[in-house]
Design a binder for this molecule. Sequence first.
Ligand code: BGC
Length: 529
Amino acid sequence: MPGGGFAAPATAGTEFEARITPIVIISCIMAATGGLMFGYDVGVSGGVTSMNPFLKKFFPVVYRRKQTGDDSNYCKYDNQGLQLFTSSLYLAGLTATFFASYTTRKLGRRLTMLIAGFFFICGVALNAAAQDLAMLIVGRILLGCGVGFANQAVPLFLSEIAPTRIRGALNILFQLNVTIGILFANLVNYGTAKIKGGWGWRVSLGLAGIPALLLTVGALLVVDTPNSLIERGRLEEGKAVLRKIRGTDKIEPEFLELVEASRVAKLVKHPFRNLLERRNRPQLIIAVALQFFQQFTGINAIMFYAPVLFDTLGFGGDASLYSAVITGAVNVLSTVVSIYSVDKVGRRLLLLEAGVQMFLSQVAIAIILGIKVTDKSNNLGTSFAILVVVLICTYVSSFAWSWGPLGWLIPSETFPLETRSAGQSVTVCINLLFTFVIAQAFLSMLCKFQYGIFLFFSGWVVVMSFFVLFLVPETKNIPIEEMTERVWKQHWLWKRFMDDDYEHNFSGDMNGDTKKVGNSNGFDPSSQL
Ligand code: BGC
């Protein structure tokens, strides 16, 4: 969620009677729009930034630099304001997450999605109509608020409304929709750059209105989740909704479990303090590290700035934009690979294989650029240009079947019940924080490090691969409630953090019913925030 606040995935727990009802299908469409919206915002800025009419209007300094060719190739886009256009969204998203965890709990998932849709629509309107830099940045900030609210509420809404057996798949599906959103933005940019009259960028920014409207209308149409209604004391309404979404009258066992889960969730009084306790540190360290490393693979340098990067390398406007479309398509297809392989080959193998592939691609790119692109000349020639695009594709594909979805999936399946909600918000915040850092720094780093920027990221890839090798345990096919016994207590390092009082302490709080609650379809992560 990218992605955003992914909620508890499916566990191997009790399977309640449930049909895939129309309301569940509508929910999947909602996931598509929430993810698409986020992805579209990620993908749109780079293409727009490489369009001359846009630069001329908002960043004349960069435009002049591009025209005169006075500066080094690597530095022509180095401008803090330009980077702020991309990064401001993530900073706003980061801040909004804190408010979103409150509204998700107090007002419900549905209203929180509605708030997100409202922010998105205002942001899109300001962006598409922007007359000056302030309008542009305020628009991006409003979009960021939308991302903060949507990424908290949509995945949670989905995980609560979907029958258990499709909940895990929806987790990665959200990421898939993010990648489709990025690709959609790349395609739109490719088309709008051709519009005569210099207003193509307005269409690019304005088309984000489509997923925004869909999300808003969707939020108006659907009902809130039974979990949220029960949590807010509306038991009868929750029961009626459960009956409606499951398409059966036999919902009593699930209903009782939801009521119990809601009661138990309220028992944890200080979830964030809890998160820092010794026995919860391994999961926290892994979640924070995975999100930090995910951004330091350098992926968003490509997702945000591919067109700018390709232009820097002398591809020319059109070639830059369609090269971005190619990398965007590879991103989508490789995410599908992940959906099929993650439960077969396991998380560790995917992460380690990707480490090798990303490292080799980045080093090869650095060598080609080091030889071919100097400060003043960027004549890559056709064959080398194609080779660079191919290498970027091999790099993106390995990210997309590993760090992309797993940076979200692993934290969501390793936090125990007592820290899951707090853990998820930390995961989202760390993601947005480092996404902001990369967005704000990449073009300046490209100017300073030149081709070395790829060596910089490849160095991080080595570090993160060793981290995975030694410190990330395999969680494939392990039910959530068995993680402590089968994963943490077996690990050479993390077992030292697992004191035996853990089960005792926590299950004591919950009348010894850890397993039942761990299986709960109704655990509401946000209720403890
Ligand atoms: C990351 C995003 C990134 C996207 C690319 C997500 O998992 O969190 O920052 O833009 O993958 O597909």
